[in-house]
Design a protein around this ligand. Sequence first.
Ligand code: SF4
Length: 495
Amino acid sequence: MTEQHSSALAGRERIRPDRPEWAAGDIPPHRRPLPLITRDALTVPTARPTHDRLAALDEQRHVGTWSPEVARLRERGAAIRRETLPDLEKCLRQLTGNVERNGGVVHRAATPADARAVIERIARENGVRLAVKSKSMATEEIHLNSHLTAHGIEVVETDLGEYIVQLADERPSHIVAPALHKSRQDVADLFGQLAGDEVSGDPDELAAFARTRLRADFKAAGMGISGVNFAAADTGTLAIVTNEGNADMVTSQPRIHVAVMTVEKVIPRFADLGVLIPLLCDAATKQRVSVYQTLVNGPRQEGETDGPEQLHLVILDNGRTKALGTPQEEVLACIRCGNCQIACPVYRTVGGGHPYSAVYGGPIGAVLSPLLGEPGKDSDLPFLSSLCGACYDACPVKIPIPDLLVNLRAEHERARPDARTARAGWRAWSLAWRTGTGFRATLAAARLAGRLLPERLLARLPGPGRGWAGGRALPPLREAGAFRRWFHGRDRRQG
Ligand code: SF4
């Protein structure tokens, strides 16, 4: 079999059905203002079913509740994930030494462009035309698929959810459940277009359809690309957690295995996997342990019957080490379970992660994305939160996401060109509301404005208020203070 064409994609361009703009595979460099994106997201018909699925999942999994056994793991896991942060570089050096001792090659990439260039070079030097890939958010972050495809290297996603979003030419809408926004019928329609025939919506048949097509690609591919859930510094072991076994195929069938990890995935000891894997599985899917845990200890050794001839580990920074030593370094403890996304009422209401317009959606995306890439990019994402704290309760490694969001909001405000004017406005508001008289006076002024000015004019606030009003519906100002009036009237009525 040659490496010329993927069977799973049937040698065709990806299917490009109608899809919302914000779900597109590539995020435009200059996205629309966040309030406009989220306003549109709230009105698309696809958001509602996704919202219902997410709400059901939340209820079913009791997100944010921990059994005594898992609560103990949570304490231990939170401590382990912070052990490497005071000297991350030392841990990465130890990991590098051990991976090399095991026969692997380690590449450090400061930026996504560096990581893409390394992987493309490895593929070129080895004449690779087809690569199979298991789920990896790091490769989403560096937009690897579109880069390799543009350079003549076909990439096939082999995780079922990733395969679905690849066919739909979309981005994952959740860290661990990339096709969460798709119904069974959506998937059947997509597969039907690929097969040129009707495909049933039966889950077993859908899985069998994908399995049959992917199997040929596992055999034909010259390169397997995987992510890394945890990398043990003391042994150089790369741990990959899946439920479909596709990572075993990706890391053992092709001649070359390229594993892509971000700097914070390093853990101190191999033994820590005994805590972190069950903790990840409990938070991500409410399993005691995933169906497969793939442990990679270098390329194929003499006498072994399978495994790649070459193992390359690409370690990506992309701005993360800048957070070390700052309050934001807490985000580097994340184990990418996606639990905070399910718990988040905002994420659920906008129907998944696409409207965040960043690679990582939901609360974790709102704190991680502003760290990555150019300064200032995605700095508005932290405002997409009600700060209710559900994400903290759901986090298996106790990342104080609401605190980090508040820090990022403060940074964003400080960096605004009109920061002084905005501060003066907030200060005036704060002074006015410190007294009952001031508070009542602002309510009376709002009521008066509501009576005198037409609604259309009020919706077009001047100056900095314009951006705010552009993405929100102004409450009826005539009603300002209605609750207080009702409340005081109730006191009088009750005597
Ligand atoms: S922040 Fe916590 S809950 Fe969210 S993905 Fe990371 S580990 Fe999971």
